[in-house]
Design a protein around this ligand. Structure first.
Ligand code: TYM
Length: 321
């Protein structure tokens, strides 16, 4: 089985990215042939500054390794090191109806938020389809916000196979884990950089504690029982806590007598402990950038071998050779 996923270098990773994509990716690297990449071409749709992009790419490379992606098990690379992906995106574009892209939520959302409606933003899903199809991926672990992009990918692969022959492209499946499909942000909406409601994966203790203290709660008095259904505090705690801690948290909600400040402190403590290893690995890697960049360079070589095989197959099938 071939597994593939990508994350954009568009600023600090948050725990939504971690639980939606990174943790499953770490888990899946033991289950098959894994390809994990830094989607730097994609990040250009929202980052127009070269120094910022360069810094974010370096940062994400460090995060990949700090989170436990293992170059002995997975091919870890940068999207733009394999420019062949643009050629496949072009081939896919020739079977991609405008309406399919026009219906994509992420495009509509970004335009609604004021991003320029340029061609790259519009064609984003076609490039993402190429990312996946270029490596014959079977399984793509992602958060729920990418579900529609995976449907576009399957759709385009199907159209290519219909036109040029079955087996030209492998049709992938999304893997979206129910309990981490949509990690809520501080305000209870989906955690997202663009909503400014994130809990970063790593960072200073004070700043992160402060942001967790901003989690929106209701105004139930300290002495009263607190609702657990739909509670963001509960949903976040669930990500880090074991069964016993979770049972205690729910019992204390139901009993009353504990304030939200206390519950948020528990969320912070659990968070802090959960990511202790990621933080310490990150520190180590920040002082060892040659190693990090060596991993990415090696990954590019391996990824390119696979990519050129698939692209060759496609070129023959479509008549470019
Ligand atoms: P990106 O960089 O926005 O997000 C990376 C991953 O994090 C997941 N995610 C979440 N999961 C659960 N809850 C949340 N609140 C949350 N926020 C983000 C995303 O679903 C994603 O899995 N288009 C992709 C990058 C990409 C890609 C690909 C992914 C480019 N090519 C090919 C897979 C395969 C994106 O924007 O990710």
């Amino acid at each position: 089985m071939r597994i593939l996923t990508g994350l954009q270098p568009s600023g600090k990773l948050h725990i939504g990215n971690y639980f939606g994509a990174m943790e499953p990716a770490v888990h899946l690297q033991d289950q098959g042939e894994a390809f994990y990449f830094i989607a730097d071409y994609h990040a250009m749709t929202t980052t127009g500054d070269a120094a910022t992009l360069r810094g974010n790419i370096q940062d994400l490379a460090i995060d990949f390794l700090a989170c436990g992606l293992d170059p002995e098990k997975a091919t870890i690379f940068r999207q733009s090191d394999i420019p062949e992906v643009n050629e496949l995106a072009w081939v896919l574009s020739t079977v991609c109806p405008m309406g399919l892209l026009e219906r994509c939520h992420s495009y509509k959302d970004k335009v609604a938020k004021g991003f320029a409606a340029n061609h790259a933003l519009f064609a984003y899903p076609a490039l993402m389809a190429a990312d996946i199809l270029l490596y014959d991926a079977d399984l793509v672990p992602v958060g729920k916000d990418q579900k529609q992009h995976l449907e576009v990918t399957r759709d385009l692969a199907g159209k290519i196979n219909d036109r040029y022959g079955e087996g030209t492209l492998v049709i992938p499946e999304a893997q979206i884990k129910e309990h981490t499909a949509v990690v809520p942000g501080l305000d209870g909406q989906k955690m997202s950089k663009s909503y400014n409601n994130t809990i970063p994966l790593t960072g200073g203790k004070k700043a992160i504690r402060k942001s967790i203290m901003r989690v929106v709660t209701d105004s139930t008095a300290v002495e009263d029982p607190k609702p657990t259904d739909g509670s963001t505090v509960i949903a976040l705690y669930k990500l880090f806590a074991d069964d016993e801690q979770m049972a205690q948290m729910i019992a204390d909600h139901e009993a009353g007598g504990f304030g939200y400040g206390d519950f948020k402190q528990r969320v912070f403590d659990a968070y802090w402990e959960y990511f202790a290893e990621v933080r310490s690995k990150r520190e180590e890697l920040e002082n060892n950038l040659d190693y990090v960049n060596g991993v990415i360079a090696q990954g590019a070589e391996k990824a390119r071998q696979e990519a050129s095989k698939v692209l060759d197959r496609v070129r023959h099938a479509v008549g470019l050779r």
